[in-house]
Write a protein of this length. Structure first.
Lengths: 584, 104, 162
């Protein structure tokens, strides 16, 4: 059994090696490319799974990179290995799904290479304990996300969506880089465990800057308020990519960042409140937007944003275990929902739900698994989504302000409402598209069934999961066994309140004909929601201001050599003057 | 008067050459005169390198760097002159104002 | 005294090179400045570098200038106004030089005795062999660039003359 540092390197290197190999195997051999992709994704997953029993609380693998960049260190503790396992296994399932979904597509080499490159760098992001290295991997995942969103690069919508995602997440990344540089300035190295152990050594205003910078980076990466506009547009990507990157892995990077650095920042005044506010506002807003959308993938995208809001809210309220548990459940059921949506879209060739309907009879397996995923999303008991969502709500009730808890509660009701809405529109009712649709292909089924089983069962791992996270949880928040945890959830009063709200949401859909009057009066909010509450307008305004200022500054680029030299000289004079005055 | 020392004279030479070279680059309108100005600037830099080598005790390093700079600067002027010849052939003029295509 | 004369002559040649309107005359003044720089280098105790500067700066570059000016042809000597206003240019250049002088001149120490640690050749070929490699690469690249640039021109000229 190789030791933990080898496994850590392998779980990054194997997907990357696969990416290079697939790129080298030209597009003339698509079968070989499919096979290689599955093999290397599987190898990465095995390497990550093998790390589970070997996890370590101290840095492994100390590799010096010179004095400017510090050491390359990996810290495969519970939190890191958990996210690495999630990334690689769901990555493997998404790759298996792609074998059917991308059959016959052009440029498979580019697709698989970027997907595998992404999986490797996501694992690197969570395993690293050198803050600069975390930033490097952060940027690599953003690059892969951009490349995969714009995969259909002759579709201008896809290209625009990719660039939008890239710009928004990069701007957020500045917060992370600034934090890393501050750390280096005040600590002398980029080592994360040292920082977490003694965060109070930094002056409080620097710590506050770092805390809010990291919050901005995490909010941009996880598509939280006010950066949420890129994720729905990112649905132009092929669906396995949406499942992997924009539901189960990359968007969790922001949540991971907050969870990892929570012990350092929890003492910063107003930080926890800001995190709670961001999470709560996002959750509610995105739930409303999901309710009025007619594009299947957009509904799932808004739902992802909303559920990430739940996780962020839980972190802000101090419930790290609850947020990570919800991350686990969400990764599984959201990947399931996206992949089954992919199967539906692949069969019907449209994403508009108004053109679907009555597909239940023709796609039985997909219907069953999607219903399982939907019930988990809505928080129906026994499924993993129920347990984790209740834990989040409990943690929020204890640790956060009441208004936020009410937001989340209403959000839970809305979640149930829109879940039932999209399930009904897709699978029940009169068939609207006249074509004959086929059920999912064999590779798709192989990917969907484990995820469905996971949705039904991962809640049983609650106790061992809490134990696994170990030191990553703040002190005093230790988790007891699974049984005690489940009992605690089942008997808490908040659970019953939440169940009541969810039942209300379900009933509202069921009785929607009678509630038509209410729906009509709330139409104004609906219109605002479909205009994404003005955030798209803000984006457009930012873009036009930037373009206008660039255009007006163009006059300084007159291309005449003499003026360029003059500018250099003036700069030199300024620098010399500063030096002369400073020295004196 | 003999101790109007060599370093002082060399420093005056350096500053003077740098100033004249920069002035040339600022004022000229002809592409080939730009190369002339650049050459003068580089001679100032060479003297500065040698002087710095002398003053800091690393004489040989300064001279080696000066050698590298001579080679690099010669290549630059050769390629720049070849470019100037081509520009003259293509556009018929060597005037910087007429050549700047970045203006609206 | 000797040094003062050399420096004065050097600056004078440089100034004339920059000021003149006829390109060939400017190239000749540049050759003069190069020669005087070589003498200055020799005075600074760098004989090898001085020889190279003399042959390359005063020789090769001047020949190239004359060559290029002959091919490109002289511009008609119309005195055009410079694009950057001349007074502004003078002021800024003087500021830069003045500030540089103010910072550098007080720090000049009286030269210490020369301790010849290594011979020049040793330093070049052993300690800084990477520099030599770089120079070779540069020379090859420059030759290729010039050949590429001038070959195209000759093809055009041949096409024109047909």
């Amino acid at each position: 059994m190789p030791d933990i540092s080898t496994l850590a390197i392998l779980s990054i290197a194997l997907p990357w090696a696969g990416a290079v190999l697939i790129w080298l195997v030209r597009d003339r051999q698509p079968q070989l490319q499919h096979a290689l992709a599955v093999v290397f994704a599987l190898a990465g997953a095995v390497a990550a799974l093998a790390m589970i029993p070997l996890r370590s609380e101290v840095n492994v693998l100390d590799f010096p990179l010179g004095s400017a960049f510090g050491q390359v260190t990996f810290l495969p503790d519970g939190l890191a290995v958990f996210l690495a396992v999630v990334a690689t296994t769901i990555g493997c399932l998404a790759v298996v799904f792609s074998v059917d979904y991308m059959k016959g597509e052009k440029q498979l080499g580019r697709y698989y290479a970027y997907v595998l490159f992404f999986i490797g760098s996501m694992v690197g992001l969570v395993l690293s304990s050198n803050l600069l290295l975390i930033f490097v991997f952060w940027e690599i995942t953003a690059l892969c996300s951009y490349a995969l969103i714009s995969f259909y690069n002759d579709d201008p919508k896809a290209v625009a969506a990719g660039i939008k995602a890239l710009i928004i997440t990069q701007v957020g990344g500045i917060g992370l880089l600034a934090g890393a540089l501050f750390l280096y300035a005040y600590q002398g190295n980029y080592d994360v465990p040292t920082f977490l152990a003694g965060a109070d050594r930094l002056p409080p205003n620097v710590l506050a800057l770092m805390a809010f910078g990291f919050l901005v980076a995490a909010a941009a990466k996880s598509a939280q308020f006010p950066f949420q506009t890129w994720l729905p547009d990112a649905m132009e990507a092929p669906t396995p990519v949406s499942a992997l990157i924009h539901a189960a892995t990359m968007v969790n990077a922001g949540v991971y960042l907050l969870a990892r650095f929570y012990p350092a920042f929890e003492a910063v005044p107003n930080w926890k409140l800001a995190v709670v506010a961001v999470g709560a506002v996002t959750a509610l807003m995105a739930a409303v937007m999901a309710l009025v959308s007619n594009d299947l993938k957009r509904v799932l995208a808004y739902s992802t944003v909303s559920q990430l809001g739940y996780m962020v809210y839980a972190i802000g309220a101090g419930g790290i275990f609850a947020s990570q548990f919800h991350l686990l459940s969400h990764a599984v059921f959201k990947a399931l929902l996206f992949l089954s949506a992919g199967a539906v879209i692949h069969a019907v060739h449209t994403r508009d739900m108004r053109e679907m309907g009555g597909l239940g009879k023709q796609m039985p397996l997909v219907k069953v698994v999607m219903i399982i995923g939907g019930l988990a999303l809505a928080g129906i008991p026994v499924l993993n989504g129920f347990w984790s969502k209740e834990l989040v709500l409990e943690a929020g009730h204890e640790g956060g302000p009441l208004w936020a808890w009410l937001f989340m509660l209403v959000g839970a009701g809305l979640t149930a409402l829109y879940t039932l809405r999209f399930l009904t529109m897709v699978f029940y009712g009169e068939p609207r598209s006249g074509q004959h649709v086929h059920d999912a292909g064999p590779a798709m089924k192989i990917a969907l069934v484990p995820l469905a089983l996971g949705t039904l069962t991962t809640w049983l791992l609650a106790g061992s999961f809490g134990h696994f996270l170990g030191k990553a949880l703040p002190a005093g928040h230790d988790v007891e066994s699974t049984g005690a945890l489940l009992l605690q959830v089942a008997t808490a009063p908040t659970t019953f309140v939440a169940l009541a709200v969810v039942a209300l949401g379900l009933a509202a859909w069921w009785q929607r004909a009678r509630l038509a009057g209410l729906a009509h009066s709330l139409r104004g909010i609906g219109t605002m929601a479909s205009n994404s509450f003005g955030f798209e307008a803000i984006n457009r305004a930012v873009v036009s201001v930037t373009e206008a200022s660039a255009e007006s500054l163009r006059t300084t680029h007159n291309g005449v050599l003499n003026w360029n030299v003059m500018a250099i000289l003036v700069g030199l004079v300024v620098v010399l003057a500063i030096l002369a005055l400073g020295g004196a | 008067m003999m101790s109007l020392s060599l370093p002082l004279m060399a420093a005056v030479a350096v500053l003077g050459l740098l100033g004249i070279g920069l002035l040339g680059l600022l004022v000229t309108r002809n592409l080939i005169k730009v190369v002339v100005g650049l050459q003068i600037l580089v001679k100032g830099a060479l003297l500065a390198l040698l002087l710095a080598g002398r003053l800091s005790g690393q004489v040989q390093t300064g001279q080696t760097l000066a050698l590298t700079v001579i080679v690099a600067d010669t290549i630059v002027s050769v390629v720049a002159l070849a470019l100037a010849v081509q520009v003259r052939r293509q556009f018929g003029t060597l005037d910087l104002q007429a050549l700047s295509t970045l203006r609206r | 005294m000797f040094d003062l004369l050399i420096v004065a002559a050097m600056l004078g040649c440089a100034f004339q090179a920059v000021r003149g309107t006829r390109l060939l005359i400017a190239a000749l003044w540049l050759a003069g400045a190069s020669a005087l720089t070589a003498i200055m280098m020799f005075r600074l105790g760098a004989p090898e570098v001085a020889v190279i500067e003399l042959s390359v700066g005063a020789g090769l570059v001047t020949v190239l200038f004359v060559f290029a000016i002959n091919i490109a042809g002289e511009e008609p000597p119309v005195t055009l106004r410079s694009l950057v206003p001349a007074p502004l240019a003078c002021i800024v250049a003087l500021c830069a030089v003045g500030l540089g002088a103010a910072m550098a001149l007080p720090n000049l120490r009286v030269e210490s005795s020369l301790v010849q640690a290594d011979k020049f050749a040793t330093v070049v070929w052993e300690h800084r062999s990477l520099d030599v490699l770089l120079q070779v690469v540069l020379i090859i690249g420059g030759v290729l660039a010039v050949l590429g640039l001038l070959a195209g021109g000759r093809a055009d000229a041949r096409k024109e003359s047909q």
